[in-house]
Design a protein around this ligand. Structure first.
Ligand code: FMN
Length: 308
């Protein structure tokens, strides 16, 4: 009998579905694949207005997401050998539909299952993955692999293109700027992860899967990212609380604070960025050994609460 793999995911633009299709493509005739999308009750807008986009931050960061639809009953009819769980970070946390699913009763579908997470990000996914690890533990799942795809362009370039993509809906290259998101070449080359997944599954050796995935380059990670995320998440937590004092999602009373957050974030990114990059570099040198340890930790699957 062919192994059964559940591929569970949320995607707004279809990028993550493409990534998952690429990873599973080479093994599609050797396993039974069940693709099940997670769907919000009310879809998030795309393209977003700036207000809609930044208004999604507080509930994303505080893990109070908008509801998702229940999974179809047919998803529960099979006993899966593996779950591939695809998600994307929003504001350094799992996207709202991902969190909503992981908090829902349907997360029982993960119980006692080995899970490979697949992250489709711009490039800041560390804190989100820590949260997902925690939810998986609570659901009784066993994390057995992690594959991360990010935009390989320089940080500021990927920020400019993600802004064009989110607010204009344009992923394609234009002017001096490349295409947004995970580059097409990286999406198609993700097919290299399919074979190790199948091999370790059929050999009953999932315990060794992450080593093989890492050898295939599944988790590219630079030390600078650890510092940037640690700084970012502290600020987001502050702003999330400050904005929520004025009301819930979409509340006109909080629009002023949302736009204040947006403006300060853009100033921090584009104007203060050279300064923060310099201080991050100094920190990188001063805390070199700790950061090397941190990078090794984030490439692996263990979960230490409050690591971020
Ligand atoms: C509201 C929002 C916030 C995002 N925040 C982050 C982030 O913190 N880190 C990151 O690497 N990417 C971030 N992204 C990019 C997404 O992780 C993802 O790569 C992109 O939205 C495409 O995913 P899709 O498959 O859902 O279309 C964000 C995207 C959105 C829409």
């Amino acid at each position: 009998m062919k192994p059964k793999i559940l591929v569970l995911y949320y995607t707004q633009t279809g990028q993550l579905r493409q990534i998952l299709g690429s990873i599973t493509g080479p093994i599609a005739d050797k396993v039974e694949l069940f693709f099940v999308p997670i769907e919000p009750v009310t879809p998030f807008p795309f393209p977003w207005t700036a207000l809609q986009f930044f208004d999604a931050m507080p509930e994303t960061v505080t893990h109070l997401p908008a509801n998702v639809k229940p999974l179809p009953a047919s998803a529960f009819e099979h006993d899966y050998d593996l779950v591939i769980f695809g998600y994307q970070p929003w504001f350094l946390n799992p996207s709202q539909p991902t969190t909503a699913f992981l908090q829902s009763a349907d997360a029982r579908i993960l119980k006692n299952k080995p899970v490979v997470t697949v992250v489709g990000s711009r490039n800041m996914w560390l804190h989100a993955q820590e949260k997902v690890k925690d939810y998986l533990l609570k659901a009784g799942a066993k994390l057995t692999g992690n594959i991360v795809l990010s935009d390989s362009n320089p940080n500021l370039v990927s920020l400019l293109t993600v802004i064009r993509w989110s607010f204009k809906g344009q992923k394609e290259a234009s002017g001096m700027l490349p295409a947004a998101g995970v580059q097409n070449k990286d999406i198609s080359e993700a097919s290299r992860f399919g074979q190790p997944i199948l091999q370790h599954l059929t050999d009953n050796n999932l315990i060794d899967l992450q080593r093989a995935l890492l050898e295939a380059g599944a988790v590219p990670l630079k030390t600078g990212l650890v510092i940037l995320e640690q700084r970012g998440i502290k600020n987001f937590r502050f702003w999330a609380k400050f904005i929520r004092e004025k009301g819930g999602p979409g509340s006109p009373a909080r629009a002023g604070r949302v736009m204040m957050f947006k403006n300060l974030l853009l100033i921090a990114i584009f104007i203060l960025s050279p300064i923060s990059t310099a201080t991050a570099l100094i920190q990188q040198i001063a805390k070199r050994n700790k950061l090397i340890k941190d990078v090794a930790y984030f490439r692996q699957l263990e979960f230490e609460p409050d690591k971020m």
